[in-house]
Design a protein around this ligand. Structure first.
Ligand code: CP
Length: 336
């Protein structure tokens, strides 16, 4: 694998190799020498056409901890605002001599185009494109979940690791809840979790489900309480993406079902729902990719509960992004 564009392109063995490499990276972060010389002399460009906090900063931290030079490019304040195309932006970066590009773009497919149009000849890492894919989010979620399952099984003392390597998520049950229609996180996670052997239940209002879900490797439900009663190992809450719903205000296009208050009542994870889940499955964890709408898809009591992995997901993002940068940029082998 020369690029990382979609979770659908990651095989089972590649995924396990990335997660195991991320464990090695995480182990270095707990020691006094955090910085590795692996990418010294290489330049990574963070090309962000859409806002980000976690992904942009963690890719920057990951590249710097591998000793790469990092150039941060934000569309705001660049010649993109004068109408410069993705092609000309790419040709400009290529001319300056770069070794890898991390791209977030509002258009689904932009990272694929950048990787395969022949404008640049370096690895491209998708940091989120439109409603399409966010593969490193899925990898860090799988990494977090795998650690949690190891911890519950007693194969790791705590989150600081090291966890035992080489195992996957075979048999784990993950509920992905909320605005699937607009979620690249959901698409990436459904594919990667399936690849790793997990059972995935998607829970959403009918109006926030994409068409054609019958062919996706997951079960679909409209009833959150019924799925929680099955005792999933993890509940991954999705952000309601009001900015992608058109017209600004939630519900203005009729796609937001049926009101924020009603959404929270039927699909929000609150204290009572979490208590019922934990009574059934004490090891269950609460996940959210961030940023959160507290009080909408998740209550503060659930987001901040001891069973929440939300902060760990952010921390693990650095190790996972170190792993993919290392595997794609540090040698001829790529991810395999
Ligand atoms: N989870 C995630 O992609 O967050 P950011 O938009 O802050 O990068």
């Amino acid at each position: 694998m020369r690029h990382l564009i979609s979770a659908a392109e990651i095989s089972h063995d590649e995924a396990v190799h990335i997660l195991d490499t991320a464990e090695s990276m995480a182990a270095t972060q707990g020691r006094s020498i955090k910085k590795l010389p692996t990418l010294r002399g290489q330049t990574v460009v963070n090309l962000f056409f859409e806002d980000s906090t976690r992904t942009r900063i963690s890719f920057e931290a990951a590249a710097k901890r591998l000793s790469a030079d990092v150039i941060n490019f934000s569309a705001k304040g660049s010649s993109v605002s004068k109408g410069e195309s993705l092609k000309d932006t790419a040709l400009t970066l290529q001319a300056m001599g770069i070794d890898g590009v991390v791209i977030r773009h509002h258009d689904s497919g932009a990272p694929h185009r950048l990787a395969h149009a022949g404008w640049i000849n370096v690895p491209v890492l998708n940091a989120g494109d439109g409603t399409h894919q966010h593969p490193t989010q899925a990898l860090l979620d799988a990494f977090t979940l795998r650690r949690q399952l190891h911890a519950a099984a007693g194969t790791v003392a705590d989150d600081a690791g090291p966890a035992s390597e080489g195992t996957d998520l075979d048999g784990a049950h993950v509920a992905i809840v909320g605005d699937v229609l607009h979620s690249r996180v959901a698409r990436s996670n459904i594919q990667l979790l399936h690849t790793l052997g997990a059972r995935v239940s998607v829970v959403s209002p009918p109006t926030l489900l994409p068409v054609g879900m019958e062919s996706w490797p997951c079960e679909v439900s409209y009833d959150l309480d019924a799925v929680l009663a099955e005792g999933p190992d993890a509940v991954m809450m999705l952000r309601v993406q009001r900015e992608r719903m058109g017209g600004g205000e939630a519900g203005s296009r009729g796609s937001f079902f049926p009101s924020p208050h009603e959404y929270h009542r039927r699909y929000g994870l609150d204290e009572a729902r979490l208590a019922r889940l934990l009574a059934h499955t004490p090891r269950a964890v609460v996940m959210h990719p961030g940023p959160m709408n507290r009080g909408l898809e998740i209550s503060s009591s659930a987001a901040d509960s001891p069973r929440s992995t939300i902060v760990q997901q952010v921390a693990n993002g650095v190790a996972v992004r170190m792993a993919v940068l290392y595997l794609l940029l540090a040698g001829d082998e790529g991810i395999s």
